[in-house]
Design a protein around this ligand. Structure first.
Ligand code: 4FN
Length: 228
C-alpha cells in the first residue's frame, strides 16, 4: 500500500483523480491511498491566512513557514518516514524513470505552492526533494502533484489490472507504435495490411520498427537521452 499526503489550499481539485479511472480503482483495491490537507486549517489567525508579504518588497505573497511546518509535523505523527516533495519550477523534471523510482516509496508528502511560492526556509529545512512538471509558468503545484500521483501510481503492481505498466509503450523509453481499430477502411484510409495478417511475429516486428521510426521522427531527444 502506497500513501500520498497532499498539502494544498485547494483539496477539492484532487477529486479529479480520486473519483475517476485507474487511480479510483487502485484506491478501492487498497493499493494506494490519498489524503488531502487544507493548509488553512493550520493558520494561526481567524481569517485563516497562511500567506504574508515578502521581505524586501515586491509583488505577490509568500506562503508562511509555520502552517506548512505544523501540517508536515501532524502528517508525520502517522508516517514519520514520509518523504516531502515540493512541486516547484526549481525541481528535477518528472519523467518515467523518476516515476518508477518514487513508486518504491511507502509514503510521500506532496506540498503544493500558490502565490509566489513558499518561504525559502521551508525548502531548506522541511523539503527532501523538489520536482517539476516542466518549464512553463503555472498557477500552483496542484496539477503537478496530480500528474505525479498518476504517473507513480501506475507503477504500483496491481493498479493497472490486465494491462500492466511493463507493456506501457514508454517502459522501453520509446514512443508508441500506431494503433488502429474498426473499420478497416474509413474515407479511403486503410489499416496497414500486416495488422490484418494474423501473423503475430510479423506484427510484433512491424510495431517495433514503427515505434523506432516514430521516435526518431517526433522525439529524437528520447533516443539521445535513453536511460533504459
Ligand atoms: N509554479 C518559471 C520560473 C519562475 C516561476 C515559475 C512559476 C506556482 C507557486 C511556483 C511551475 C512549473 C512546473 C509545480 C515558472 C510547478 C510550477 C511545476 C509552480 C505558484 C510558485 C508556481 C522558468 C519554469 C517558466 C509559479 C519557469 N511543477 N511560478 O510557474 O509551482 O510543479
Amino acid at each position: 500500500m502506497m500513501h500520498f499526503d497532499v498539502i494544498t489550499l485547494f483539496p477539492e481539485m484532487f477529486s479529479a483523480i480520486q473519483e475517476e479511472g485507474v487511480l479510483a480503482r487502485g484506491i478501492k483495491k487498497s493499493l494506494l491511498s490519498i489524503n488531502t490537507w487544507q493548509l488553512r486549517d493550520f493558520s494561526d489567525n481567524k481569517y485563516r491566512n497562511i500567506d504574508d508579504a515578502p521581505y524586501g518588497g515586491g509583488a505577490g505573497m509568500v506562503m508562511q513557514v509555520k502552517p506548512i511546518r505544523d501540517c508536515i509535523a501532524k502528517i508525520k505523527q502517522t508516517t514519520p518516514d514520509a518523504t516531502v516533495i515540493y512541486l516547484s519550477p526549481q525541481g528535477e523534471k518528472l519523467n518515467h524513470q523518476l516515476a518508477v523510482e518514487l513508486s518504491r516509496f511507502e509514503s510521500l508528502i506532496l506540498l503544493c505552492g500558490r502565490y509566489e511560492g513558499v518561504d525559502e526556509r521551508v525548502i531548506e529545512h522541511d523539503v527532501d526533494r523538489e520536482i517539476s512538471l516542466g518549464d512553463y509558468v503555472i498557477s500552483g503545484g496542484e496539477l503537478g502533484a496530480m500528474v505525479l500521483i498518476d504517473a507513480v501510481s501506475r507503477q504500483i503492481s496491481g493498479v493497472l489490472g490486465n494491462q500492466d505498466s511493463l507493456s506501457d509503450s514508454f517502459a522501453n523509453g520509446l514512443l508508441d507504435y500506431p494503433h488502429y481499430t474498426r473499420p478497416k477502411v474509413i474515407d479511403g484510409q486503410r489499416v496497414p495490411e500486416v495488422l490484418l495478417s494474423g501473423h503475430q511475429a510479423k506484427i510484433d516486428a512491424w510495431r517495433a520498427s514503427q515505434a523506432q521510426k516514430n521516435t526518431h521522427k517526433k522525439r529524437p531527444d528520447l533516443i539521445q537521452h535513453n536511460n533504459y
